[in-house]
Design a binder for this molecule. Structure first.
Ligand code: NAD
Length: 434
């Protein structure tokens, strides 16, 4: 099938590459001309394991191409996926300006039947708005037929290709048999359960799923707070809870809270959608509050143990919002570093992939070339992203180079007992009385 993907970021690019790799002919579009230029040269604009090799292979086979023109892509494709950003407005609403702009442009250039598919995460009833925008913007007297569908994406950055290729389910929200038939055909090679709903339900499934996962994280973080007070270890609690199939172990990792480009904005947008519909979603408000408090309780712990922060040198391992990505959007490290700098602390930091993006967000940070360089002369070390690389570090060397051997592990990734035995003062999140 001939497919266009408009928006070539974390989701659009992965979707384009994966759809090409299961046999379709795909054009990835972006209005960022610099990005398109790099992609055409075979250079990836994001970090995602395995993506660049696969992209190059498919470009060579002429199954994947890049274009800055929505017009050309629309005219050469039957199906157009919209994968542009849907960031938060100040009031928490999803900002759908990019979606509207793209839809308007598609409508202007539709010369035959098109299926327009929402891949971006959008609030319920966006499909209706898209339909109306197309109607309003089609050239006068145009008789061209079209369908709108919703196909939310559940991939995770860092394991995006494997998530896309082996999904737990594919959700398609459709209002016509033709749209359903086309989407089934597109995803046929993936051999997974396809859940067919109406468009509003598909949109709701995405917001409800992300909100539920955020709720699990906030729940275990609240449990971690109690663990610290009563002398329990949240890792043991998660293990014991997670073995219950009704609960499951995933998303029960206590730490500095969730971040990234999805959970914070999607929870906010869902709260706003609920409010507008007349339902006050107090549970979800609390999910957000717990998450915000969690970051600040980590800062408080550091302040408590370091005494005065002014001119203290603090090392940070990990800046990205999660491992295996370079994405810094809403990363917990941003708020934590800002709060420590506010008190006069000096920050030295390292991240295996996110340093480039981090430099756009963080000021007055001494960026280092590896974990060992970070800890030189530090009064403490913070672990803010659980990169595998950090578990390979030689802590005997680390303890020699630090001024004070204190570790605050915001992701509970290190073995508490081992580090304590080596002479570190070690603080995790919810690991017992600190
Ligand atoms: P992103 O910012 O990485 O990519 C969006 C791209 O759209 C950018 O490259 C931007 O230049 C482009 N764009 C904006 N306006 C355009 C226009 N008018 N024409 C062409 N291109 C345009 O965003 P992302 O992380 O890929 O997220 C995209 C959507 O997918 C969001 O709604 C997000 O919530 C959702 N989503 C993201 C993830 C994730 O892990 N990142 C997972 C599931 C769903």
């Amino acid at each position: 099938m001939n497919i266009a993907i408009v928006g070539s970021g974390y989701v659009g690019l992965v979707t384009g590459v994966c759809l090409a790799s299961i046999g379709h002919r795909v054009i990835c579009v972006d209005n960022d001309r610099e990005k398109i230029k790099k992609l055409k040269e075979g250079h990836l604009t994001i970090y995602e394991p395995g993506l660049e090799e696969e992209m190059k292979r498919l470009m060579k086979q002429k199954r994947l191409s890049f274009n800055a023109s929505v017009k050309e892509a629309t005219q050469q494709s039957e199906v157009i996926f919209i994968a542009v950003g849907t960031p938060s407005k100040k009031n928490g609403d999803a900002d759908l300006t990019y979606v509207e702009n793209v839809v308007r442009e598609i409508a202007l250039h539709m010369d035959s039947y098109k299926l327009i598919v929402e891949k971006s995460t959008v609030p319920a009833e966006t499909g209706k708005r898209i339909q109306r925008t197309i109607q309003l913007n089609l050239p006068r007297n145009s008789k061209v037929e079209f369908d709108v569908a919703s196909n939310p994406e559940f991939l995770r950055e860092g394991s995006a290709i494997s998530d896309f290729m082996n999904p737990d389910r594919i959700v398609i929200g459709v209002e016509s048999q033709r749209a359903e038939r086309i989407l089934r055909e597109i995803y046929k090679p993936l051999k997974t359960k396809i859940v067919v709903t109406n468009i509003n339900s598909a949109e709701m499934i995405k917001h409800a799923s992300n909100s539920f996962l955020a709720m699990k994280i906030s729940f275990i973080n609240a449990i971690a707070q109690i663990c610290d007070r009563v002398g329990a270890d949240v890792l043991e609690v998660s293990e014991g809870m997670g073995l219950d199939k009704r609960i499951g172990r995933n998303f029960l990792d206590a730490g500095i809270g969730y971040g990234g480009s999805c959970f914070p904005k999607d929870v906010d947008a869902f709260i706003r959608l609920s409010e507008k519909s007349g339902y006050h979603f107090s549970l979800l408000n609390e999910v957000r509050n717990v998450n915000e408090k969690q970051k600040m309780s980590f800062v408080k712990l550091v302040e408590d143990k370091l005494w005065n922060l002014k001119d203290k040198v603090i090392g940070v391992w990990g800046l990205a919002f999660k491992p295996n990505t370079d994405d810094m959007r809403n990363a917990g490290s941003l708020d934590i570093i800002a709060a420590l700098q506010q008190e006069g602390a000096k920050i030295r930091a390292y991240d295996p992939q996110a340093m480039g993006n981090a430099q756009k967000f963080l000021k007055n940070v001494n960026f280092c070339k590896d974990p060992y360089q970070v800890i030189k002369g530090c009064d403490c070390l913070l672990i803010l992203t659980e990169w595998e690389e950090f578990s390979q570090v030689d802590f005997k060397k680390v303890i020699k180079d630090m001024r004070q051997a204190i570790i605050f592990d915001g992701r509970n990734m290190m073995a508490l007992k081992d580090l304590k035995k080596m002479g570190f003062e070690y603080y995790g999140m919810g690991r017992g009385k600190a």
